[in-house]
Write a protein of this length. Structure first.
Ligand SMILES: [Zn+2]
Length: 254
C-alpha cells in the first residue's frame, strides 16, 4: 500500500537526492557523517513505520474507493474543475495544479480501505488549498524556479568536487553553496505547513462527512501523521546540514 506522501505533488521540482544528501564540500568530517547517518536512519525508520501502518490500514474496508472519496470531497467543497485520475506506480499520488488533476496511484484509486481514503482525501486537501490560494502553497509554488536553479548549481559544484576540482577553497563558492543550500532548506520547511494543512483538511472532512467512524478515523489520523513525519525528517536533516555548511564557511573565514 503506498503512503499518502505526495512526492511529486504540486509538481515539486526533481530536487536530486544528491543535493539533499550532498557530501560535505571539502571532505567528509565525522560530524558531517554523523548528521547524514542520523538523517538517513530516522528517515528509514519513519518510512518503515508508515509502510507498516498503511498495509495494516489497507485491510480495513470502508464503503467507498479512493476515487469515490476524492470525487465526493471535491464536490462537497464546491470544486468542479478538478479531475480525479488513476496513475501507475506506488507513492505516485499527487495533485497537479497545472492540469488540475488529483492523481491517485492504482492501489488508492481502486481500493476501498481507510488507508486509500486518507490518501485520496489528503490529495484533495491540496486541490482545496490551490482553489483557496492558501498562502503557504502559493509561497511554495513561487519558490519552485529558485529551488530548481539552486539544485542544478549545487549538483554542479558537488560533481566538480567529486572529480577532484575542489572549488570549496574559494570562499565565494563556499558561501554560494551555503546560500543555495539555504534555498532548498527553506523549501523543505515551507513544505511542512502545506502538508500538515492538507492532512488537517482531509481529516476534518472525513469526520464531517462520516466517511470514517471513530476507530477508523484514528487510524486515518495515525497514517497521515507518519506521512507528515517523513517531511519533518527531511526538513530537519536539511537544517542540520545547512548549519554544518554555515559553520564550515564561518570557520574558514577566520
Ligand atoms: Zn501532500
Amino acid at each position: 500500500m503506498p503512503a499518502p506522501t505526495c512526492y511529486k505533488h504540486i509538481m515539486i521540482p526533481e530536487i536530486s537526492i544528491l543535493s539533499q544528501m550532498a557530501p560535505a564540500p571539502g571532505g567528509f568530517s565525522p560530524l558531517y557523517m554523523l548528521i547524514i547517518g542520523v538523517t538517513m536512519v530516522s528517515s528509514l525508520l519513519i518510512s518503515g513505520m508508515l509502510k507498516r501502518r498503511f498495509s495494516q490500514y489497507s485491510q480495513i474496508p470502508i464503503s467507498m474507493t479512493g476515487a469515490e472519496v476524492a470525487e465526493l470531497m471535491l464536490r462537497q467543497n464546491g470544486i468542479t474543475d478538478v479531475r480525479v485520475i488513476s496513475v501507475e506506480g506506488q507513492l505516485t499520488d499527487h495533485y497537479d495544479p497545472i492540469k488540475k488533476t488529483v492523481n491517485l496511484s492504482e492501489p488508492v484509486y481502486h481500493v476501498n480501505s481507510i488507508a486509500a481514503a486518507a490518501v485520496a482525501a489528503h490529495e484533495c486537501g491540496h486541490a482545496i488549498q490551490h482553489q483557496q490560494a492558501y498562502h503557504w502553497l502559493t509561497f511554495r509554488s513561487k519558490m519552485v524556479p529558485a529551488v530548481q536553479l539552486s539544485s542544478k548549481i549545487l549538483n554542479f559544484i558537488m560533481i566538480a568536487g567529486l572529480v577532484g576540482v575542489s572549488l570549496m577553497n574559494n570562499p565565494t563558492i563556499l558561501w554560494t553553496w551555503v546560500a543555495l543550500f539555504a534555498v532548498t532548506t527553506l523549501f523543505s520547511i515551507v513544505t511542512l505547513p502545506v502538508e500538515f494543512d492538507a492532512s488537517n483538511r482531509a481529516l476534518a472532512w472525513m469526520e464531517r462527512s462520516g466517511i470514517s467512524a471513530s476507530i477508523e478515523h484514528e487510524r486515518a489520523k495515525n497514517a497521515l501523521f507518519w506521512a507528515a513525519m517523513t517531511y519533518v525528517a527531511a526538513a530537519v536533516g536539511s537544517i542540520a546540514q545547512l548549519l554544518y555548511f554555515l559553520m564550515m564557511a564561518l570557520n574558514r573565514r577566520e
